[in-house]
Design a protein. Structure first.
Length: 94
């Protein structure tokens, strides 16, 4: 099975100043496992999160996450740690 990848559309004519480049995009895949909870932006054509748009429109304060959000099903602490690792690796590549 051959999977074609390409740069994001905005990157084709972008003038990069360093060696770091965006990841190659693969075609959109479907999730067949019914136990996987899809995000609200998974089905949006442009990948826009309706919940984030609602938060921005109706909330002027900083959101405080509770124990369920930090350690629960979504595990925000783990996601943030992984994000930090990715940023560190990207910084070392430059």
């Amino acid at each position: 099975l051959e999977m074609k990848t390409s740069l994001p559309s905005w990157a084709h004519n972008y003038s990069f100043t360093g060696q770091l480049r965006p990841a190659l995009l693969s075609p959109k895949r479907t999730v067949t496992n019914k136990n996987v909870k899809l995000t609200d932006y998974a089905s949006h054509p442009a990948g826009v999160s309706d919940s984030e748009q609602r938060d921005r429109a109706s909330n002027n304060s900083i959101r405080v996450y509770g124990p369920e959000e930090l350690e629960g099903e979504c595990n925000l602490r783990y996601a943030c740690a992984m994000g930090r690792e990715v940023l560190d690796a990207g910084g070392k590549a430059c």
